[in-house]
Design a protein around this ligand. Structure first.
Ligand code: OSB
Ligand code: MG
Length: 369
């Protein structure tokens, strides 16, 4: 198959509720949708890069530039034999994994639709019922947070992740733990600490957290290994892991016991699967993270999470938690038991509502035609 046309759509979507991490608060979210066409079939991928280089150095603008000027030209006239790691074609570009991932996802969806198979089957997924959790941002008050925990628990979500930062950590986690003694709980610091905070981070050990996610620098393994040796709570790496080689090094150093896999961060579904395999070889569980994806990225995440070593509840929650109206139909919903089901329809298995893409679109362009 050849990609005949590749279109980029820059969307800006209002969030139902603001989302605050240790690097700031956002009220809306910006993403690129990658729309790939071949033989009258359309495949969709997502670049959940956001407007500012906070979580990652990539933004919707860098991804636009890299796809238009470097990645799309590489696809021109290129025969693609089957679904697979098309991002290998892009190895000549250093980094920019989200840009690469958006294209790989679109190509995977395209092959799924062309072959009449769901992408989770193409990827080799085995699970049908996927337990999931939610990620709760920093709030104006602990009372506000407690209400959101209550709501998540009552909807059946299987674990609650709390965003933490200095001065919104030990005391906040203690209050949540006191009110919800048996809820599976974890914390995500998005690199807000350093090893000099060791004593402080050790205080989190008493709350029986499933894990602490990315407490130290976004590019570090050495200090995480030192920290892991001094705390009981398992460390989960997010930002630090960009490839299966990163995963191997992190496990060899003892920098983490768990990995949060985001296909956008690691260059696409096939890189994500390799990280999953490395973790399995190290007998370490993984789970599927999120980046406030629209239904398109969310559907790709659901497919990924059907792989067998995704044994911990992830951050793939229902569309309604972020968007009043999703760009897919039906929206992603979660059962009262806190589980998701991978759809059996071809490709991502959800209809993309093109009129809604247009409604939220601030810029679109064919980058290959
Ligand atoms: O670190 O996991 C993170 C959202 C934006 C940036 C970074 C992160 C997150 C989340 C949200 O935790 C996960 C979701 O999409 O629900
Ligand atoms: Mg994280």
């Amino acid at each position: 198959m050849r990609i005949e046309r590749l279109e980029l759509l820059h969307l800006r979507l209002p969030l139902v509720h603001f989302f605050e991490t240790s690097f700031g608060r956002v009220y809306d979210h910006e993403v690129l949708i990658v729309r790939a066409e071949s033989g009258g079939i359309v495949g969709f991928g997502e670049v959940p890069a956001s407007a500012a280089p906070r979580y990652s150095y990539e933004t919707v603008h860098t991804a636009w530039h890299v796809i238009r000027d470097f990645l799309a030209p590489k696809l021109k006239g290129q025969e693609i034999g089957g679904p697979g790691p098309v991002s290998d074609l892009f190895a000549f570009v250093r980094g920019h994994n989200m840009a690469k991932a958006g294209i790989e996802m679109a190509v995977l969806d395209l092959f799924g639709k062309a072959q009449g198979r769901p992408i989770h089957r193409i990827l080799g997924g085995e699970q049908t019922e996927i337990p999931t959790g939610i990620s709760l941002g920093i709030e104006d008050s602990v009372g506000d947070l407690l209400r959101r925990v209550e709501e998540g628990v009552s909807k059946g979500y299987r674990r609650i992740k709390l965003k933490i930062k200095p001065r919104w950590d030990v005391d906040v986690v203690r209050e949540v733990r006191q009110k919800f003694p048996s809820v599976p709980l974890m914390a995500d610091a998005n690199s807000a600490y350093s090893l000099s905070d060791l004593d402080h981070l050790q205080r989190l050990d008493e709350f029986n957290l499933m894990m602490i996610e990315q407490p130290l620098a976004y590019d570090d393994y050495v200090d995480h290994a030192k920290l892991q040796a001094r705390i009981r709570t398992p460390i989960c790496l997010d930002e630090s892991i960009r490839s299966h080689e990163d995963a191997r090094k992190a496990f060899e150093l003892g920098a983490c016991r768990i990995i949060n896999i985001k296909q956008a961060r690691v260059g696409g579904p096939y890189s994500a699967k390799m990280i999953h395999n490395v973790a399995r070889a190290h007998k370490a569980p993984v789970w599927c993270g999120g980046l406030l994806e629209t239904g398109i990225g969310r559907a790709h995440n659901i497919a990924l999470a059907t792989l067998p070593n995704f044994t911990l509840p992830g951050d793939i929650s229902a569309s309604e938690r972020y968007y009043r109206e999703d760009v897919i139909d039906p929206p992603v919903t979660v059962s009262p038991q806190g589980t998701l089901r991978a759809p059996e329809g071809p490709g991502i298995g959800y209809n993309v509502v093109e009129s809604r893409l247009s409604q939220y679109c601030v810029r679109r362009e064919y980058v290959l035609s």
